[in-house]
Design a protein around this ligand. Structure first.
Ligand code: URA
Length: 258
């Protein structure tokens, strides 16, 4: 999201902060619909600001207000940024590396400072979200409701239907059994796998438990976010609709958690 400066508002009721903006406008910007639709949401009591149900005409300071829609927290601060990076192989998922290896930090703007949401290993490429929204990061990476992550794995051999079923049902790893996964053979030696846990090198270890090696691993979706056109090493801003979908994906556990 681009930083927006709101002009000071004069003659406002005393409880409104000096840089206040109408709540319906903030909601409309987040993609909930027209301002009128957003007013209806407020009138229906669906919006909380700092824990309290908001009233029509409410103004907020987006840089500090905690807004919830149907009890889902929404990042509304104008200085929150959300990047979608297509991480190439050979780059480590870290914001700095004492050993001087290339990091994802070098591929996105350095200000404002962001952090990676989850991680991909050095030899895995694909979609990675980076943000300075700590609340969203926490919710997206929380073990009990992590969002779905989709990977395409190129293997050193084909898998049998029985092996695919074992992956779907859960395999035993040294840190415990894996949760049920969605697994589809898309081609000879190519498998699409969707998991919602985020254990270290989980996909590679799941295949290794069957004695198959992953030769190439690409993450193609994080929750509702996919982008086939983003080139390796390129990034783009998530738009407000995508950020909102991420918030909801996490909350509903739909595209989010299996
Ligand atoms: N599973 C892996 O094995 N590697 C990743 O980078 C992500 C999931």
């Amino acid at each position: 999201m681009t930083a927006t400066r709101f002009p000071p508002i004069t003659n406002e009721p005393i409880e409104n902060p000096p840089e206040a903006v109408r709540l319906q406008k903030v909601l409309a910007r987040l993609g909930f619909g027209s301002r009128r639709v957003c007013d209806d949401m407020i009138a229906d009591g669906r919006i909380r600001v700092d824990g309290e149900i908001a009233e029509l005409g409410r103004r907020i300071d987006p840089s500090t207000a905690k807004v919830m829609v149907d009890d889902v927290p929404m990042g509304v601060a104008p200085d929150l940024v959300y990047y979608l990076l297509n991480k190439p192989t050979g780059v480590i998922t870290s914001m700095s590396d004492p050993q001087g290896r290339p990091t994802v930090a070098e591929l996105v703007p350095s200000t404002p400072q962001v952090h990676n949401v989850g991680r991909l290993d050095e030899q895995t490429s694909g979609l990675l979200i980076l943000t300075n929204d700590g609340d969203l990061t926490h919710r997206l990476t929380h073990p009990s409701h992590g969002v779905e992550k989709e990977y395409v794995a190129h293997l050193d051999r084909d898998l049998s239907p029985l092996e695919l079923r074992r992956l779907r049902e859960g395999v035993e790893l040294e840190d415990g059994p894996t949760a049920p996964a969605k697994v589809t053979r898309t081609d000879d030696k190519v498998v699409r796998i969707v998991i919602h846990e985020g254990r270290n090198r989980q996909v590679r270890r799941m295949f290794a438990s069957l004695g198959a090696n992953v030769e190439r691993l690409v993450r193609t979706r994080v929750g509702p976010i996919a982008d086939r056109r983003l080139a390796p090493g390129a990034w783009r801003m998530l738009d407000q609709g995508e950020v909102r979908e991420l918030e909801i994906a996490h909350h509903e556990g739909g595209e989010g958690a299996a």
